[in-house]
Structures are given as structure tokens and as C-alpha cells.
Ligand binder design. Structure first.
Ligand code: ADP
Ligand code: MG
Length: 228
């Protein structure tokens, strides 16, 4: 599903250039559940942003479902993002003035889905994460775990094949994290390819493959149960 060949990313700030990714090679298969670990500042979010077509690599090739998206223009990337990728973030990124259901409807508005279908599909997605009884609540009236479940429901509504989650449990306590990881596990069993960034080993243990990023390079890859 995903193939990264010698991906680099440099940021230019003023006269300084920093090389954040220094040659990432990575293959992720359809249906895989992959955890990306690594120290703070090692380039995990930068890598996720490239995989999610939110940002472009400085050099290297990115093949997503056999299409080379490295040279796509912003318009084309936006289409890929909206149609094929679901995003979940540490700080949930819900719009505070919209109810849970309206937040979940947003990606469908961008995709041009009609109102009635939007409402039905939003409700269905909220049911999937066990939150249909909170559909009319504003984010401020939801717990952290509930907010993240709304964000997961939102990430699902356009039926993306690929789900990206950057530290999705980073703002949650252990017990709540477990319930969120149970949802990701269920989605993976149903066929979603999931890539998740975490610095918590217990969270990474839910994934079937793990990679470690350090100083902008993939330093180890391990399958579940393999020696660390
Ligand atoms: P991680 O998610 O592993 O903590 P990041 O990918 O967020 O790491 O950041 C890696 C490095 O790139 C850090 O040194 C960070 O300061 C730098 N960086 C990230 N985004 C930008 C940006 N937009 N402009 C300049 N530097 C950035
Ligand atoms: Mg990060």
C-alpha cells in the first residue's frame, strides 16, 4: 500500500537548513497495523505528514497504492487526503462550536456528500465508536476519550483505506488509551491499514509491526513477538 524510497525532508528556517528525514525506506502492506516509535524530535510527525500527503518530501519517491504521489500538486494531494486517508491527532482537533455529529460530518462536506446521507453516515460512524448517545454534545461536554472517539469517527466517514494516528493516546490516561486502542484494533481487523505514532510501548504492542525512527532514519523494524 505504501512504499517510501529514500525519502528526505529538510526545513529551511532563515539561513539555516535542517535535515529532519535523511533517507527513509519503508514498505507498509495493505491491512498492516504499524507502530512508529522514536525519541521526540526524531522526525515521526514529519514522516506521518508526508505519508498523509499533508506535506511533500524534499527528495525521494512515495508510492501510495502504486501511484507516485511525490510530484503531486497541492490540489491532487488534497484529493488523495480526502478520499483515501483518515487522520487522528493527539489533541483531537475537533471544532469547538460544532456538535459531535457535525464534526464527524465535516470530511463529507468537503467530499460533497448530500445532507441526509451525511447525517446517516455520521451517526453510523458514531455508533461504531460507541458514542451515538453523545451525538448532540459539543466537544467541551465530552471527556478526552470521548473526544478522541469522535475524532476517530470523523476519520472513518469517507471509508479511507489508510488511517494515520499521531500520538492518539498522548493526552489520555492508561485506561482510556486501552479503549482507544481496542477501537483501532477492531478497525484493523475490519481491513483498515493503520499507522500510528506513539512513544508508549504498551500502545505499540497493539500493532503487528513496529518501526523505530532515530535521527531521521528507520533504525529497526520488528514484527510482533520478535526480540526487541
Ligand atoms: P517528532 O514528531 O518525532 O517529535 P517532528 O517530526 O515533529 O519530530 O520534528 C522533527 C524536527 O523537525 C524537529 O527538530 C522539529 O523542530 C523540526 N521541524 C518540524 N516541523 C518543522 C517546520 N515546519 N519547520 C522547521 N522545522 C520543523
Ligand atoms: Mg510528533
Amino acid at each position: 500500500m505504501i512504499q517510501l524510497n529514500n525519502i528526505t525532508k529538510s526545513y529551511q528556517t532563515g539561513s539555516e537548513s535542517i535535515d529532519v528525514l535523511r533517507g527513509i525506506d519503508l514498505t507498509i502492506s495493505d491491512g498492516e497495523f504499524c507502530a512508529i516509535m522514536g525519541p521526540s524530535g526524531s522526525g515521526k510527525s514529519t514522516l506521518m505528514n508526508i505519508i498523509g500527503c499533508l506535506d511533500k518530501p524534499t527528495s525521494g519517491d512515495y508510492l501510495l497504492q502504486n501511484e507516485n504521489v511525490s510530484d503531486y500538486k497541492e490540489m491532487e494531494l488534497a484529493k488523495v487526503r480526502n478520499e483515501s486517508i483518515g487522520f487522528v491527532f493527539q489533541q483531537f482537533q475537533l471544532l469547538p462550536r460544532l456538535t459531535a455529529r457535525k464534526n464527524v460530518e465535516l470530511p463529507m462536506i468537503y467530499a460533497g456528500v448530500k445532507k441526509k446521507e451525511r447525517e446517516d453516515r455520521a451517526l453510523e460512524a458514531l455508533q461504531k465508536v460507541g458514542l451515538e448517545d453523545r451525538k448532540d454534545h459539543l466537544p467541551s461536554a465530552l471527556s478526552g476519550g470521548q473526544k478522541q472517539r469522535v475524532a476517530i469517527a470523523r476519520s472513518l466517514v469517507n471509508n479511507p483505506k489508510l488511517l494515520l494516528a499521531d500520538e492518539p493516546t498522548g493526552a489520555l490516561d492508561t485506561k482510556t488509551s486501552e479503549s482507544i486502542m481496542d477501537i483501532f484494533t477492531m478497525l484493523n481487523k475490519e481491513g483498515s491499514t493503520i499507522i500510528l505514532v506513539t512513544h508508549e510501548q504498551e500502545v505499540a504492542d497493539y500493532a503487528s509491526t513496529r518501526i523505530m525512527v532515530r535521527d531521521g532514519l528507520v533504525v529497526t523494524e520488528s514484527a510482533k513477538g520478535a526480540a526487541q
